[in-house]
Ligand binder design. Sequence first.
Ligand SMILES: Cc1cc2nc3c(=O)[nH]c(=O)nc-3n(C[C@H](O)[C@H](O)[C@H](O)COP(=O)(O)OP(=O)(O)OC[C@H]3O[C@@H](n4cnc5c(N)ncnc54)[C@H](O)[C@@H]3O)c2cc1C
Length: 421
Amino acid sequence: MTELARGPIVVIGAGIVGLACATYLQRDGRKVVMLDPAGPGEGASYGNAGGLNGSSIVPVAMPGVLSKVPHWLLDPEGPLSIRLRYLPQLLPWLYRFVRAGRPDLVREQARALRALLAPTVDMHRELAASVGAADLIQRSGLLVVYRSEASFAADAEANSLRAANGVKIDELGKDELRQIEPALSSAYTRARFISENGYVRNPLRLSRSLAEALVANGGELRRERAQGFAFADGKVAAVLTSAGPIPAAAVVLAAGAHSKPLAAQLGEKVPLDTERGYHAMIRAPEVAPRLPIMDAEAKFVATPMEEGLRMAGTVEFAGLDAPPDWRRARVLLRHGRAMFPGLPRAVAEDRVALWMGFRPSMPDSLPVIGPTRRYPNAFLAFGHGHVGLIGAPMTGRAITDLVAGRAPAIDLKPFRAARFG
Ligand SMILES: Cc1cc2nc3c(=O)[nH]c(=O)nc-3n(C[C@H](O)[C@H](O)[C@H](O)COP(=O)(O)OP(=O)(O)OC[C@H]3O[C@@H](n4cnc5c(N)ncnc54)[C@H](O)[C@@H]3O)c2cc1C
């Protein structure tokens, strides 16, 4: 028995990434202890758009994005906002973001993301079925809709990057679009349909189902915050929490946007920040699209969730501490009405739920997945930005392989913490 095999593996953070790691580790015969001061899946993993898009391989810092930023920032209904007070803190991240947008780097990032994300629907299906929640995963395809030929054409470069990585995309005209989704506004004139994609009908229920199964199978879920580590013989010996130390044979850091200070304690300085996002959800909606629909210009996704129609998106740079700006979520409600004329102008407040969450974002749109350089039994699994739900299963599998000393199924070099020096 190796040193690693003897004690529990402590997973810090019970978001979808930590839960996927914990589930595969448990299947591999490990005793798992999960730590989270909140309930499972109540962070970013709660309110996302539910998209399982293996096609989401285009990094945010795509060439050409920067030229759109001033226009987006000036538009109060636009998809991007930066709180001025946060700008000085954000500058080093923005600098790296701009540098990550070099065309050759973007091609490499897309290739790495494709390996991480492509099997998402199949892997989620298997995971959800194993915890009695198979109904949550739908392979519906994704519809991306455009209001003009110009915006359709503007997306061509991103789509050729997708095609180059094996994503099949069907281009649709107005009539075909209307046939697929009659509830859509007639203002949309073009669309792209990506059939391999799917979605989770209730991301919170998925996390809760995984957590319940983990506990039922002998894992532990403790409502405690990891505060630091104890080290012995060049390894992590325990995770320190407010309730005392928890001995660890190995530790997996999956605390989403909150991972940075703990990663630093493990010897890895990473430029992790947060792109905050919002959703507005209408319960018992008047329209029921049968698949997720992304508005390419307004940059939001409308998803037919189990509990209502969810409009999710926007990027807000304001750090982890500033209060939510609920106007951003209300904008999504207006966007939803513009997408579906069948929605009423005023929806009763008791049918509307607003939410804000913290995407854990790296400047090059790639998560950090892999071992730390200093401690052989400390592993990192955070920074998934816009694609954490999509990438969670492959991340969990890769971390489990690393813990077991096996070669992971995908090349983890692009995801190493060391890429930032
Ligand atoms: C509006 C919006 C739409 C999105 N749409 C999609 C989409 O369609 N598809 C997709 O794949 N992704 C989407 N995302 C991104 C996705 O939600 C995230 O990438 C993903 O949820 C990150 O998962 P995580 O487990 O890393 O983080 P989280 O879900 O945030 O989990 C981290 C957990 O760590 C816990 N934690 C923090 N500090 C500590 C500590 N010190 N000790 C212990 N626990 C700690 C937190 O309480 C939290 O529960 C979207 C995000 C937003 C905001």
